[in-house]
Design a protein around this ligand. Structure first.
Ligand code: ZN
Length: 102
């Protein structure tokens, strides 16, 4: 679940910008063949994409291998990054829909 702060942030930025962040963050944190601090590189809070990464098992290469069947030890392809970003975005959108602005 997103925090109220994350929801407000996501709504203020809009889908296109959060989607860009999702691509950038996945590319930078889990995209390399051997990501830095793999397993601990994704904070639990501070950006809606971080929270969504833990919820969708796109937080580290171990989770990505286990849940999305993408092997460790090689860089993610652009197509794989896009696919994982789509999962992150779908999760964020679902959270926003379930927590409408009152
Ligand atoms: Zn993980």
């Amino acid at each position: 679940m997103l925090s109220d702060k994350d929801r407000a942030y996501a709504r203020a930025k809009g889908k296109a910008i959060i989607n860009r962040h999702a691509h950038e963050m996945l590319h930078d944190r889990v995209g390399a063949a051997e990501p830095k601090n793999d397993g601990k590189q994704t904070p639990w809070r501070g950006h809606p994409v971080f929270t969504a990464q833990h919820a969708t098992a796109t937080c580290c290469r171990g989770c990505i291998e286990k849940w999305h069947h993408i092997p460790q030890g090689r860089a993610l392809t652009e197509e794989e990054t896009n696919r994982l970003a789509d999962l992150v975005m779908a999760w964020i959108e679902r959270d926003l829909i379930h927590h409408p602005v009152r």
